[in-house]
Design a protein around this ligand. Structure first.
Ligand code: AMP
Length: 380
């Protein structure tokens, strides 16, 4: 007799991930077809020669620079919101694809002339995660626990459940992300305390204060910045290198989407390396054709200190949501007993130092921030 399989899903702004409980009763991430633990939350609607092809995940990410107007990412920031929401308006100005108003006033997106709801886009990401789990178990998966930001209102929660339903998944529970993170660190065991969960991903920054009393976890305040994340760091790095290449070689990389795409991929890689090492190498052969007709083979070493300098304006924006989260629940920043870091960007030492200086204590070391949300499965 087949039993109903249930999975845990972190439906992230930038990346998503699916997990299960393994035979030892421990949470385990299920890798996608490419062997990656996370799958980009992206959907791309065909290049011009192949207009109707819809691809998701890594395949969509590969088109992000060459097909920007039709590659949809970060729709979690739009889901369940109205088009007139000031945050949507602000976001729309920074996105390379079109955000439009649905007949009922909801924020929708547009690709290849089609009006599409964020729920439908998210459902395509969820479908890929469901297929990842189905391949792993070799049987259908019908139920999921999905994590959502603590500050999601009813409309955003319902829209997330609707996205799951379109993907053929019944939502067993929507779990607040900071609660999942606190559970993942075992914060509910031991003494009563207040934990600040700082979640910095690709496109958003969320700070929640979680109160733990008698093993009961409660999110007592949650603040977010919808426009703060790894993308800003990527953009700062791109702008710097584009400027240098223009200055030193007279070549405008902005005119060549393929080169931009390669540069971006290498810079993101360098950013990751710089979380571990003090310097990283860029080595891009045939990056473009110089005005002289010669080919540019671009090489440059990036020091961690240089990167930290480029992103100073970004680092400064981390303060406000942290301070506001404490103010909103009426506690002093010094009343926070421990800090939990979540999200890929918190691997960056400059971010860890910044958060430590705001709270006046070192954050808990993060082993695998992407995975933390899944450890909550153990509690179910
Ligand atoms: P998430 O949405 O939590 O998956 O975070 C994605 C963001 O984290 C992207 O901007 C990644 O480039 C960034 N990221 C992932 N790993 C690292 C790392 N080791 N160092 C710096 N940034 C990282």
């Amino acid at each position: 007799m087949s039993r109903k399989r249930s999975i845990g899903i972190d439906l992230g702004t930038t990346n998503s991930c699916v997990a299960t409980i393994n035979d030892e009763g421990l949470p385990q991430i299920i890798n996608n077809k490419l062997g990656h633990s996370v799958t980009p939350s992206m959907v791309s609607f065909g290049q011009s020669q192949d207009k109707h092809k819809i691809v998701t995940g890594v395949l969509a990410q590969r088109q992000a620079v060459t097909n920007p107007a039709h590659t949809l990412y970060g729709v979690k920031r739009l889901i369940g919101r109205t088009y007139n929401d000031p945050k949507v308006q602000e976001l729309a100005r920074s996105l390379p694809y079109a955000v439009i108003s649905a007949p009922n006033g909801d924020a929708w997106v547009q690709a290849r002339g089609m009006a599409i709801s964020p729920q439908e886009i998210s459902s395509l990401v969820l479908r890929e995660l469901r297929e990842t789990a189905t391949d792993y178990f070799e049987e259908e998966v019908e139920e999921a626990i999905i994590t959502v930001p603590a500050h999601f209102d009813n409309a955003q929660r319902k829209a997330t459940s609707d996205a799951a339903a379109i993907a053929g998944l019944k939502v067993r529970r929507l779990l607040n992300e900071p609660t999942a993170a606190a559970l993942g660190y075992g914060a509910h065991r031991g003494a009563d305390k207040r934990v600040a969960v700082c979640d910095l991903g690709g496109g958003t920054f969320d700070v929640s204060i979680v109160n733990i009393e008698d093993g009961v976890i409660e999110v007592i305040s949650s603040q977010g910045d919808l426009l703060l994340g790894g993308e800003d760091v990527d953009r700062a790095m791109m702008e710097q290198i584009i400027l240098e290449v223009r200055r030193e070689h007279g070549l405008d990389l902005n005119e060549d989407p393929e080169s931009l795409q390669r540069l971006k991929a290498d810079l993101v890689q360098a950013k990751h390396v710089l979380s571990e090492a003090r310097s990283a190498e860029l080595d891009l052969r045939y990056l473009g054709k110089l005005p002289s007709g010669k080919v540019l083979d671009y090489k440059r070493s990036i020091e961690r200190a240089e990167l930290n300098h480029w992103i100073e304006p970004f680092l400064e924006r981390i303060d406000a949501p942290c301070l506001e989260a404490a103010v909103r629940c009426g506690i002093a920043i010094s009343d926070v007993d421990s800090i939990v870091l979540v999200g890929g960007m918190t691997r960056m030492p400059a971010i860890q130092n910044k958060i430590a200086s705001i709270f006046g204590r070192r954050p808990l070391k993060v082993v695998n921030p992407d995975a933390v949300s899944y450890t909550h499965l153990r509690a179910h």
